[in-house]
Ligand binder design. Sequence first.
Ligand code: KG4
Ligand code: ZN
Length: 337
Amino acid sequence: MDQGTSSDLILALETSCDETAVAVIRGQADLLASEVASQVEIHGRYGGVVPEVASRQHLTQLKPLLLLALEKAGVKMDELSAFAATAGPGLATSLMLGLSTAKGLAIGLDRPFLAVNHLEGHLLSPFFQKPGGVQPAIGLIVSGGHTILVDVAGVGEYHVLGQTRDDAAGEAFDKVAKLMGLPYPGGPEIDRLAATGDPRRFNLPRSMLHSDDFQFSFSGLKTAVRYLLPEVPPEAMADLAASFEEAVVDVLVAKTIRAARRRGRQTVCLSGGVSCNRRLRARFQEACDKSGLQLLLADPKLCTDNAAMIAYVAALRFAAGAISLLTTDINPNLSLR
Ligand code: KG4
Ligand code: ZN
């Protein structure tokens, strides 16, 4: 396969869960289009993502979104240099649609096809359009499905330091919000409500805060909220949201900063949907400033699921001479190695 150049045009599809997304990138930093069709409203009716509903939505959304992205990018299909799609992790029936579409386009137009790991997309998103690109760092991925602490030595050189043993951070936000009667997805709702609350009003558990490892656990915190809830007066809901949020943030900040010290890294990067959280961003900034660490945050639009992050990884890999593999299948349990 050809070695990529700085003017390569890559079209990337992301359909791992409940967002259909298409992006077009030129080189590694010029994002020409990034379209996301959210299914939040549909899944909100059920209080969570329904896999079959998600895949049917991808099926109907993909083509119009693809054409819209090309139009916004001002690019014709046959001008594209390569096609990319998320191969995993995610919902099998959702992944299949994006991957098959990208492969079909690659076959039809005789272009390379690149399979991208969704987690690598999140992990590298804070480096996108930043001076120097990807650099050694401690990366924290906090999304609806994952909470992973990674030592990043460079592109493709990842050492997973630890992850959650039970609920992901975003899952805890969503479940606690549901207990509190807030709409799905709960993360942004708690973020909003917590802004007016007192984070010290309720003392909630900080599981594994002092364990000498980089593992996380959030299910005990969720259970603590469940038991506390009947005693919380309605006017104290904002305080409960703030106290919950603070407990999550305390653990994430402490363990990430500890990891940076232990691994001798000077940079910390946050990614995934939960990294949109305003309190999380502010507390990380404070902690990094205090410890003399550089903090890299992705633009909030690149924190939740999107195809720009998939296009970015594909562009980095393509430029480094990645091999086109049409035999690559989806892998719902794909890990970061
Ligand atoms: O990265 P993402 O879009 O999807 C996955 O790959 O899982 O993350 C979605 C998660 C949801 O759990 C959502 O509630 C959470 O990110 N989230 C937030 C915020 N915005 C999204 N959690 C806390 N505060 C937010 N502002
Ligand atoms: Zn994600």
